[in-house]
Design a protein around this ligand. Structure first.
Ligand code: SF4
Length: 627
């Protein structure tokens, strides 16, 4: 039997002698010609939506669309962006129609918030095009959607892609979705400056709007369950939002606007003897924040049922992100030798980074409390993210990310341990990866560990509203009984009646005011307020003053007493972390030392040169003078 070469004369080319690619191309063309296919260069489709262009020259004719937080936040963000010179429109809170649009044009198997938020944008554009009689292309040219982006492990990292997919399928191919994480102010591919300038002023404006939205919402949830005249709190909140919106639009003082709103909130008459069950709403960020069909108007429903909602602020989310930054930096700092990725800490001063994050945390907390004090929202403790992390870590590893991460678990445990609320309500969107893991697994175990807790998890899928409300009602029934029992026992313990409490609050506007916050003593607000004033009831003004002075002194004394424990705890933390910190500092010093020494040498040489030249000039000047 002969070889292949002997049979057909074909010789295998020696590698390097022949251009295999050229042969393949030629072969491809031959075959294509046989089949009658075109082989000239094809104009391939390119996804224009991946790098959206919003040019500075188009700023005046382009409207930025925003949506996604609470109504107060979206409205104030609109004011802030208008103040920066943008045309802005708020898309209303997503409803069930938005969900239908999302399901029609979105990918299968998305989580519920994706359907709602993506569908909301498609719905807006579709309806707007129909209302204004504009084509889809005109809508694409006229509007830009600005939203938060991330590269999280859950679907949040895919939101932007999902927006593109749904918009294209709905006929809005090329629609621009801009993410906060994208660099702004830089020249775009066209060489023209970006229309959205994401500089420090931009982010500072957003921060002011977000924190102002938080404290106004906080006042609303604090007063509404106890207001005597229905609607009084909402009226005060609306006025305050309007003033803050104006301040942001005109780039004036937000603090002054909040202060003005404070007077409105002060007018809201409240009955602090109502033992409203306090319900902590936790869960997936969007699902627990939205105020529409996305969570079956949960907050409004709870308030209609007589509960007080303890909501999570957007500020808390910002603090969580800073915590993530700190946590990851500390971990990566130990790997500096190997950490050579794009954003590695190999050559970076990680101490500086940690310090920056620490300062940012302090600044956000400071801003929150300043804004809160201005509007009358005092006495709220922003969560200590380290405590939440440490509490949850045993049950939900701090390194597992996506959604709320370990926060849901940590918050739930702390609610129970510190008797913060009567009930914890966890909102889980259908199809949410992190939330399902938490609710289906870990939270069930925690409820087993703390059987005294009242924990209700609900799944939001867009349908089954009646079922969800009914489920919440069942747990709320228990919480209501717990609140009533707590208050009745407290009245008995202090030997006072609800009428006496009411009369005392009426006679003492400071204690009866909605701007006043009693220290934490019970799970409910009525219990807190009662514990604070019980010993004053039936006393003269002078006696009350003396008792208050004593109470203030004992608070100081307790602080002093607790100080050694606090210092010991701090020392323990430092001792635990010191070896790493010292080792890291030493390593940084190793890098910084040559630069530092060089700088010192230059400074000394420059000083010596200066002095020497002065000395040299002096005899010359003296000689000149003597001539
Ligand atoms: S946390 Fe859950 S609901 Fe939220 S984006 Fe991620 S997967 Fe979706």
């Amino acid at each position: 039997m002969g070889t292949v070469n002997e049979n057909n004369g074909f010789k295998l080319p020696i590698l390097g002698e022949e251009d295999i690619d050229a042969q393949l191309r030629a072969f491809e063309q031959e075959e294509a010609a046989k089949l009658g296919l075109k082989t000239e260069a094809t104009d391939h489709w390119v996804d224009k939506m991946i790098s959206p262009e919003f040019k500075a020259s188009k700023r005046q004719e382009t409207t930025l669309l925003i949506s996604g937080l609470t109504r107060a936040h979206d409205y104030l963000l609109q004011g802030g962006l208008q103040g920066l010179g943008y045309k802005v429109e708020v898309i209303d809170c997503p409803d069930n129609d938005a969900l239908r649009y999302g399901k029609e044009f979105g990918n299968r198997g998305q989580c519920n918030p994706t359907y709602f938020t993506v569908g909301n944008l498609v719905k807006f554009l579709t309806e707007r095009a129909a209302r204004d009689g504009i084509t889809q292309q005109e809508a694409v040219d006229k509007y830009v959607f600005v939203t938060a982006g991330a590269c999280g492990p859950c679907r949040f990292g895919m939101y932007a892609t999902e927006y593109r997919k749904a918009l294209r399928d709905a006929g809005f191919d090329g629609f621009r979705v801009l993410l906060f994480q994208q660099k702004g102010g830089l020249k775009q591919a066209t060489g023209e400056e970006s229309g959205l300038v994401m500089n420090p002023k931009f982010f500072l404006t957003l921060l002011r709007a977000i924190i102002a939205g938080d404290v106004i919402n906080g006042m609303g949830y604090r007063l509404r369950p106890f207001e005597v005249e229905a609607g009084a709190t909402n009226a005060a909140a609306e006025k305050t939002k309007k003033w803050v919106h104006e301040a942001l639009t005109q780039q004036k003082s937000v603090l002054r606007a909040l202060w003005r709103g404070r007077a409105e909130f002060a007018k809201v008459k409240c009955d602090w003897t109502r033992p409203a069950p306090r319900v902590s709403i936790i869960g997936e960020f969007w699902a627990m924040t939205t105020e529409g069909d996305g969570n079956y108007q949960l907050q409004t429903f709870l308030e209609q049922e007589g509960a007080e909602c303890d909501i999570q602020f957007v500020t808390n989310w910002l603090l969580f992100m800073l915590w993530e930054g700190r946590y990851d930096t500390k971990l990566r700092a130990e790997l500096r030798g190997l950490d050579k990725a794009k954003k590695s800490l190999k050559d970076a001063a990680f101490g500086k980074k940690l310090f920056g994050l620490f300062v940012a945390d302090l600044a956000i907390r400071g801003a929150f409390h300043t804004f809160g004090a201005a509007v009358g929202y005092r006495g709220y403790h922003l969560p200590d993210m380290d405590v939440i992390a440490e509490t949850a870590d045993k049950y939900y590893n701090n390194q597992v990310r996506g959604g709320e991460g370990h926060m849901e678990v940590g918050k739930f445990i702390l609610n129970v341990l510190h008797n913060k609320t009567h009930m914890t309500l966890s909102v889980k969107p259908f199809g949410c990866m992190p939330s399902s893991g938490v609710s289906d697994g870990v939270q069930s175990m925690i409820t087993g560990l703390y059987p005294q807790s009242i924990f209700c998890a609900i799944e939001t899928s867009g349908d089954g509203k009646v079922n969800v409300h009914s489920r919440v009602q069942m747990f709320l029934f228990k919480a209501r009984l717990a609140a009533q029992k707590e208050y009745a026992e407290a009245l008995e313990r202090y030997g006072v009646t609800a009428e006496q409490v009411k009369a005392f609050n009426d006679a003492h506007p400071h204690f009866g005011s909605g701007l006043h916050r009693a220290p934490h003593a019970a799970a409910g607000t009525a219990g807190d307020r009662l514990a604070e004033i019980a010993s004053y009831i039936g006393k003269s003004e002078t006696q009350i003053r003396i008792l208050r002075a004593k109470a203030a002194l004992s608070t100081v004394a307790a602080g002093v007493k607790a100080a050694p424990g606090f210092i010991a705890g701090l020392r323990k933390k430092l001792v635990e972390r010191a070896p790493i910190l010292v080792a890291q500092a030493r390593e940084e010093w190793k890098d910084a030392r040559p630069v530092f020494e060089q700088k010192a040498r230059e400074t000394v040489t420059a000083s010596v040169a200066k002095v020497t030249s002065k000395i040299r000039r002096r005899p010359a000047a003296e000689a000149q003078a003597s001539v």
